[in-house]
Design a binder for this molecule. Structure first.
Ligand code: HEC
Length: 204
């Protein structure tokens, strides 16, 4: 087999692989079968969650000292996610590559798959804010649902609560230990994948 044949064979294998991956239904771009406005509004929910939470966190960290913002996260994050879920007939939450809130933050099977894909894409130099995952799946009752994940990367301002021991002041570390005895979500550095916003919505 000469070089050219090998090249062609690997191209064919590549196409085969993409086809198989495609039939599994997961993709980095929105599924063409879903209405563009539904795609946009799904992205909008994720942006809303990240935006509202970011603002709350920023305000609390500027005025309330190092420890109080933990409570802001503890109450505000689930409550904003809950409100957005109700308003949009969706299931909206955040999941982590390592998890702090063991009730809400543990990824299920498709969300794990999304996180694994995100790690690879981030390491290949894709910009975190552009990294998305889309899937149409069965909701378990014979209806179709749209599944969407958007990458969340660690930023420098996250390290005071998700960084390593020297980033987290003692008082705050103590508060985290009390509130989250099974906390896994420390030891991160800036630029790493922290997790994803995940949204599940029944298709109209
Ligand atoms: C003031 C401390 C604090 C800061 C700063 C902070 N977090 Fe968190 N983070 C928390 C707490 C507390 C939770 C658990 C919230 C809950 O109970 O739902 C959490 C949970 C999360 C989760 C959900 C998954 C899990 O592990 O439960 C993600 C994702 C997350 N944080 C990302 C970030 C990112 C990204 C930043 C920076 C932009 C950040 N956090 C900054 C305290 C903080």
């Amino acid at each position: 087999m000469n070089f050219f044949q090998k090249f062609i064979d690997s191209r064919i294998l590549g196409v085969l692989f993409l086809t198989v991956a495609g039939t599994a239904g997961a993709q980095s771009t929105p599924p063409s079968s879903v209405d563009a406005s539904f795609i946009q509004s799904t992205r909008g929910i994720a942006d809303e969650l990240l935006g509202q939470l970011g603002q709350k966190l920023k305000a609390a960290m500027a005025t309330d000292g190092p420890v109080a913002p933990v409570s802001v996260c503890k109450e505000a994050a689930p409550s904003i996610a809950h409100q957005l879920s109700l308003a949009n007939q969706a299931k909206v939450t955040r999941v982590g590559t390592r998890v702090r809130n063991q009730n809400m933050g543990v990824p299920n099977a498709w969300q794990k798959e999304a996180l694994t894909q995100f790690e690879t894409r981030l390491s290949q130099g894709e910009k975190a804010t552009d990294i998305e995952y889309w899937q149409v799946g069965d909701n378990g009752q014979g209806k179709s649902e749209l599944r969407y994940a958007k990458a969340i990367a660690v930023q420098p301002q996250c390290l005071s609560c998700h960084g390593s021991a020297q980033d987290i002041v003692a008082q705050l570390a103590e508060k985290l230990r009390l509130e989250y005895p099974n906390d896994q979500a420390t030891g991160y550095s800036a630029g790493q994948l922290r997790g994803a916003v995940v949204i599940t919505r029944p298709l109209p």
